[in-house]
Ligand binder design. Structure first.
Ligand code: AMP
Ligand code: ZN
Length: 136
């Protein structure tokens, strides 16, 4: 994809702080990190999101994300790590080339998890049923 910023990074047309590269995967520092060491892991082949990734790409990217997570934690001496993937505008996806965020976390770094809210009467079973019937 000619217009994709991550494709340009993979091709070396846009600079990046490369962390790792193999035939299928490229990993580099996020330019605007949640915490220093925040790394993005992407498939080299352009695809928009998780749904467009092949199972082989998912395997390669997540396996690499696990390896990088360990290196990030050791490298910046993090207390924990979030692995995240935004799929779709409503989920906060800004760059439409599939990518995994590896985000180092520190005790008391000021970030919080999403607020959950309880199901209302009967809704939980109904929602579970709707999802189960849509499994393919
Ligand atoms: P998302 O919201 O999941 O699409 O996240 C896209 C991420 O890409 C953001 O965290 C940006 O800071 C990061 N990003 C955008 N452009 C660049 C770039 N040129 N180099 C490194 N990271 C980038
Ligand atoms: Zn791309």
């Amino acid at each position: 994809m000619t217009d994709c910023i991550f494709c340009k990074i993979i091709k070396g047309e846009v600079p990046s702080s490369k962390i790792y590269e193999d035939d299928n995967v490229y990993a580099f520092l996020d330019i605007s990190p949640v915490n220093p060491g925040h790394t993005l892991v992407v498939p080299k082949q352009h695809c928009t999101d998780l749904y467009e990734m092949t199972n082989d790409e998912i395997n390669a990217v997540f396996t690499t994300a696990k390896r990088i997570a360990k290196a990030v934690v050791r490298g910046v001496q993090a207390d924990g790590v979030n692995i995240g993937m935004n799929n779709g505008k409503a989920a906060g996806q800004i760059v439409f080339h599939a990518h995994i965020h590896v985000i180092p976390r520190f005790m008391n770094d000021g970030y919080h998890h999403w607020h959950g809210k309880p199901y209302e009467g009967g809704q939980q079973a109904e929602v579970a049923k709707r999802i189960v019937t849509n499994l393919k």
